[in-house]
Design a protein around this ligand. Structure first.
Ligand code: WTA
Length: 650
């Protein structure tokens, strides 16, 4: 990459892909990008069909797209088994003995699964699930550590047409129960535990606790990972290895409709409980495959590593489905980035010769804070491309990533997308797009993104507005599971026929998209979505709490910190002990990522006359210590003075 001028402030410096990178890239110039992008949005059916043809279909589609907003059907009439593209075709070809997954556990154990071995393991586990009575369209909840068996479980579900719903291993029993009941899962796949920062996480115990409150689950399959003590309920709980020992490693993949449901993944919204985002088969696979091909420019000799957890969409799309459809070799790591210390990632990049590395800004900021000494001395020369996802990347983090990790040699693809979009939507193409720290740059092929004002007009350059997508794309979510009305209201109600992402953004004069942040009451904590309503509901479920209001505060490390204001019930003392209890309570109800950073006891919360909490005022108070905005709707003005005192005193 070449810098424009050393005198330009870093924030404005433009980084162009080096000739060396561009030479071998699939898209190697802006002229090529512009031409392909134009064609792809003018004739999306043509573009996506040519990509989808690179996957395995048992029956070709008769029509590429059936679209009546917000209902999309992609590759109508086509039939496929998603796992054939991810496994069978590699296992029977020259990639047979190529490493699919190079796994490293947190304690240091290692395992390599070739495409042939992964194929065999998935077939075996598919047979295990069939023997347990799992059928196509049944929902299966997966609650696993970051081990190859998590991917095997997902792929086995997909192979037999069952719908997986992965719950992040850091979530609580209560979160498992909510999701289980919402999607009506009849089977659970879990492990005894997993390793995290040298300790074990009690996954099976959490499943037991959730299942003690519901009767819908018929069986639980438990993978032995840590060997910790667990209770096995007779007739309900089975050891993975015992069932697999009896299962055949042969399974003929049956084809399902292109629109067959593939998975449900829960994500936070601005109101109520998390929403079950539904993705289907043919379109989702096409989207994840195509973005891996052009954005990560995956080549057969690459070693790719995405540090996300399979419990998030990034893990679904860019650990499991996309890279495997590409036949890539990837590294998978179980544990924490700072175990036993902050050099773990760099050691692994050196050891496995990682060439494409995909992580989140929050991790980069933690590394910067820990100090360069953890990076120094590691040979990172195998890297050729870096990626970022989950939140806007601040220029300091971008610069450190670019210079310290990428050796000022590797392009950075800052990828904007969402659980709902299924695949990356806005991102540089590494061999073509000039980048500037902090912008996700330009829309991917087939993506018609725009920024609109309230009236639906396109915003002028540098004016912030709502980020929308104007044309359907194959990996778009089809619905919120069981709640079509909420789906329509959340994403399709702002502008007729357009998808609203819920993010505010602006475009610069060159057309680059700069994501500002969420427009709704969704926080982005360490790159993870968290609804303020979820945290509030967890707080008021504590017997001492009368009312709660939750807001986000900018945080150097986490992006946003969780700040809570609570009023306690009569007779309850607001003590530091109760503060701690409430933090722990939220951690228990939702999971550790939701633990509040601050809990303020407030005498009252600022409300409108109709009783709505005005979070805007709380945000202002926390960030500036003052309230300058409009307070005319406030019911009781003395509340502000009381809150100022509360914040100042704590
Ligand atoms: C934010 C994660 C800025 C955004 C893949 C979006 C980003 C939400 C970026 C989706 C990025 C994601 N730059 N913001 N490169 N990537 N976001 O569903 O607010 O967990 O709406 O999907 O993360 O989060 P989700």
């Amino acid at each position: 990459m070449s810098k424009k001028s050393v005198n330009t402030p870093f924030e404005e410096q433009v980084f162009k892909p080096s000739k060396d990178f561009a030479k071998n890239a699939r898209v190697s110039s802006m002229a090529q990008y512009n031409r392909m992008w134009k064609e792809s949005v003018e004739q999306p059916a043509k573009f996506w069909a040519s990509e989808a043809k690179e996957l395995e279909w048992q029956k070709p589609w008769s029509k590429v797209l059936d679209w009546k907003a917000p209902d999309a059907k992609w590759f109508v009439g086509g039939k496929l088994n998603v796992t054939e593209s991810c496994l069978d075709r590699h296992a029977r070809g020259p990639r047979r003995n190529k490493a699919a997954i190079i796994f490293e556990g947190e304690p240091g154990d290692k395992q390599v699964l070739t495409y042939a071995q992964l194929h065999r393991e998935v077939c075996k586990f598919t047979n295990v699930l069939i023997a347990r009575g799992v059928k196509a369209k049944d929902r299966v909840l997966i609650y696993m550590p970051m081990i190859p068996q998590a991917a095997i479980a997902m792929l086995a579900c997909a192979r037999l047409g069952a719908v997986h719903s992965v719950v992040f291993g850091g979530f609580s029993a209560e979160s498992i129960l909510d999701r289980l009941e919402d999607c009506g899962a009849t089977h659970v796949i879990t492990a005894d535990g997993g390793w995290r920062r040298g300790k074990t996480v009690a996954l099976k115990d959490n499943v037991d606790e959730a299942l003690s409150r519901t009767k819908i689950v018929k069986s639980v399959i438990v993978y032995k990972r840590t060997g910790q003590d667990v209770k096995m309920k007779k007739g309900r709980d089975f050891w993975w290895d015992e069932l697999a020992a009896e299962a055949s490693a042969k399974h003929e993949a049956k084809a399902f409709d292109s629109e067959h449901p593939l998975f449900i993944l829960y994500t936070s919204g601005s109101t109520g409980k998390p929403k079950g985002i539904l993705h289907t088969s043919g379109g989702y696979l096409t989207g994840t495959y195509t973005t891996c091909k052009y954005i990560f420019d995956m080549q057969d000799e690459d070693v790719y590593w995405c540090t996300a957890d399979v419990g998030w969409i990034t893990g679904h799309s860019y650990i499991v489905y996309g890279p495997l459809a590409m036949g890539a070799t990837q590294v998978m790591y179980e544990g924490a980035p700072n175990y036993p210390d902050f050099s773990r990632f760099w050691q692994m990049i050196e050891e496995y010769g990682v060439s494409i590395f995909y992580t989140a800004p929050t991790a980069i900021r933690a590394f910067i804070k820990a100090g360069d000494s953890f990076v120094d001395g590691h040979d990172l020369s195998s890297l050729r491309l870096l990626g970022s996802v989950g939140e806007p990347i601040n220029p300091e983090a971008w610069r450190w990533y670019y210079e310290k990790i990428g050796g000022s040699r590797c392009p950075i693809v800052d990828t904007w997308w969402q659980t709902e979009t299924g695949a990356i939507m806005i991102s540089p193409l590494p061999g073509a797009t000039p980048t500037i720290a902090g912008t996700a740059t330009l829309p991917f092929f087939g993506v018609d993104a725009a920024i609109l004002d309230d009236a639906g007009n396109e915003c002028k350059a540098n004016e912030a507005g709502r980020l929308v997508i104007r044309k359907p794309w194959p990996s778009m979510t089809r619905t919120i599971y069981g709640d079509k009305a909420r789906f329509k209201k959340t994403y399709w109600a702002d502008y007729d026929g357009l998808y609203t992402a819920g993010d505010s953004a602006r475009r610069d004069k060159k057309g680059n998209f700069w994501i500002v942040g969420r427009l709704d009451d969704v926080l982005n904590v360490s790159g993870h979505r968290l609804g303020t309503a979820e945290v509030e509901s967890a707080l008021v479920s504590h017997p001492s709490v009368a009312e709660a209001a939750v807001i986000g505060r900018p945080d150097d490390l986490k992006g946003q910190a969780v700040v809570c204001f609570v009023t306690v019930k009569g007779g309850i003392k607001s003590t530091p002990a109760l503060q701690k209890e409430l933090r722990d309570h939220v951690g228990k109800v939702i999971g550790a990522i939701a633990k509040p950073d601050n809990v303020y006891f407030a005498p009252a919360l600022p409300k409108t006359r109709s009783g709505k909490i005005i979070r805007r005022l709380l945000k202002e108070l926390v960030s500036t210590g003052e309230v300058s905005g409009n307070t005319t709707t406030l019911e009781d003005h003395s509340v502000i003075e009381q809150l100022k005192k509360t914040i100042a005193d704590s």
